[in-house]
Design a protein around this ligand. Sequence first.
Ligand code: HEC
Ligand code: HEC
Length: 267
Amino acid sequence: MWATNLKVVAIVLGTLALYTLIANKIPQVESEVPQTLTLGANVTPEQLVAAGEKVFNGIGGCTTCHGLGTRAPNLLTDEKGTGAIGVRCGKREAGKTCKQYLYESLDQPTAYIVAGYQPIMPVMTKQLSPQQVWAVIAFLESQGGTVDVSASDIPATSPTSPTSAGGAGGAGGAAFAGGSTDPKAIIQAAGCLACHKLDGQGQVIAPDLTHVGSRRSAESIRRKILDPASSTAKGYERLAGIMPKAFGTMMNAAQLEALVQYLAAHK
Ligand code: HEC
Ligand code: HEC
């Protein structure tokens, strides 16, 4: 009798724990609390690495491609016997240090394309603030290499634009696209055209958005931007999961609305 009761209690507790776990995982899109970290002149390598890890796993969207084994090279684990990224970064291009190579990977991903992969990596310096970019570089260096990113690499920020390395705070709000509500500036800052074509410009990895308003309502476009996993474009099932999830936390509500209305008007 006691044994049965204990079993029931254990099952109930176990189920509760599981639901708590799931509940904590689900609302990430809405409830990602902006983690602001000021990278001042005396930022330590440890602080940079910690901030970079958050960007990598969160707003950077890196894990939608990296670490799955097929779509993009492994960064945190060995890649085809060449070691983790911190080990191989200094050996990729003759004359380029690890730090230079990593910056180039994020700023001009097509300058050096790792053999065996498609050039689908978006230009990350368009989507992330310089602080976030340098924090990610420090984090990547820490994967088997030496962290030599320092405060002097990070461009000084004006006192009016607080630095946010970990989340949406400073990078969203006023800083994103300079606070502009011009949809073209927002598209430029978000890097949509690194994957999509629009009015004849951009790449063809993802669906051409020139007539997206004829197949999706404003509501559907808004949902797609805020939660890319909510639906998948027909014929692009193989690329599901590639569209970055962080746009909703990067732009403010007015910018999102301007972007949505602009796209919805593309009939
Ligand atoms: C849409 C998919 C995608 C996303 C998102 C993405 N990458 Fe990549 N990345 C790739 C692919 C594919 C390659 C290999 C082809 C190339 O070199 O461009 C690559 C290459 C790299 C390399 C060079 C690896 C090597 O072995 O030399 C680094 C470093 C890198 N990515 C870092 C990042 C970081 C950091 C992020 C997030 C801020 C990120 N990537 C987001 C697809 C992606
Ligand atoms: C790293 C590549 C990438 C970037 C950057 C990207 N997308 Fe996408 N997007 C995709 C892919 C791949 C699909 C098709 C698969 C799917 O539906 O998830 C898609 C689908 C869409 C769709 C649905 C299209 C349809 O025909 O139904 C919309 C709308 C969209 N993206 C808008 C945007 C906007 C707006 C931005 C910039 C704020 C953006 N995307 C940035 C890769 C990207």
